[in-house]
Design a protein around this ligand. Structure first.
Ligand SMILES: NC(=O)c1ccc[n+]([C@@H]2O[C@H](COP(=O)([O-])OP(=O)(O)OC[C@H]3O[C@@H](n4cnc5c(N)ncnc54)[C@H](OP(=O)(O)O)[C@@H]3O)[C@@H](O)[C@H]2O)c1
Length: 259
């Protein structure tokens, strides 16, 4: 019997690439996101080209009721891997951004992650094994002006993942947290972030590195040399300097430009 993985945000970008990566490595899939057609296309390709079993489940994780329905649907099911990937960014000065969007972002990236993790852990503990793969960001290591709530949510994911890994050290359950830098996905368009087209890594490359490093038991995974340097600098500069440094870089890249 194949192993099984549940992936949030599997309709595009890194989540979709992870769906193919896990399928190629012999996992049956349970894929969720809002866009049913896009999910179905990913599922059809995985079934036809790779031959794994795939279920899809549409849910808006910004809506706590819909997250509850998803959790009911997977109750008592055993998954070998949970990938908490769904997410989006909100850009702008915090004084001017839309608080509803920010709270929805926290629901998708944090509340849904916590609830899904709590939902799958009992079965993983009972079966003495499993992996949780959280998709955070290089921004987990630094406060980012103009993306204040987004970067803080990614810092939460990193901190939570490391504490959970310690709590689970007597079990055979591994928590890995991936901290990608710029990746070629829908993310920046959706967040209204202007940036050079096709800059950054491909989602496929990020997914391949994430799967390979998770399989080796790595806890914090930073894909690519440039991102490793960025993470190192972020960890070692005081907040007042790192925020200045990131603001300058993002101004040069046009990321902070008003839409
Ligand atoms: N791209 C980057 O540069 C970058 C860098 C660092 C970290 N990341 C992180 O990588 C993760 C994946 O993003 P991506 O780059 O692959 O962007 P993406 O192509 O926009 O994919 C985001 C995924 O999240 C799902 N999603 C968004 N809002 C949702 C909601 N309300 N309910 C359920 N699902 C929702 C989307 O599906 P539907 O729209 O179908 O719901 C989609 O499948 C995110 O957590 C992001 O923060 C991205």
């Amino acid at each position: 019997m194949n192993k099984s993985a549940i992936i949030t945000g599997a309709s595009s970008g890194i989540g979709k690439a992870l769906a193919f990566e896990l399928a190629r490595n012999g996992y049956d899939l349970f894929l969720t996101a809002r866009n049913e057609d896009a999910l179905q296309n990913v599922a059809d390709e995985c079934v036809k080209k790779i031959g794994v079993k795939v279920e899809i489940f549409t849910a808006d994780l910004a809506d706590s009721g819909a997250t509850g329905v998803l959790i009911k649907a997977i109750a008592k099911r055993r998954f070998d891997v949970l990938v908490n990937n769904a997410g989006f960014g909100v850009k702008g000065n915090f004084a001017e951004t839309n608080i509803t969007e920010e709270l929805e972002m926290l629901n998708v990236q944090l509340a849904a992650m916590l609830r899904l993790t709590k939902a799958v852990l009992p079965e993983m503990i009972e079966h003495k094994g499993g992996k949780i793969l959280n998709i955070a960001s290089v921004y987990s290591f630094s406060p980012v002006p103009m993306q204040a709530a987004y970067s803080a949510s990614k810092a939460f994911m990193l901190s939570f993942s490391s504490a959970l890994q310690d709590e689970l050290k007597e079990t055979n359950i591994q928590v890995s947290v991936v901290c990608p830098g710029i990746t070629q996905t829908e993310f920046r368009t959706r967040a209204g972030i202007a940036d050079k087209k096709n800059s950054g890594m491909t989602a496929e490359k990020v997914a391949a590195i994430a799967f390979a490093e998770m399989s080796k038991g790595k806890h914090v995974i930073v894909p690519g040399f440039q991102n490793k340097v960025f993470a190192f600098v972020s960890k070692h500069l005081p907040p007042s300097l790192i925020t200045k440094f990131i603001r300058v870089i993002n101004n040069i890249r046009g990321v902070n430009k008003k839409n």
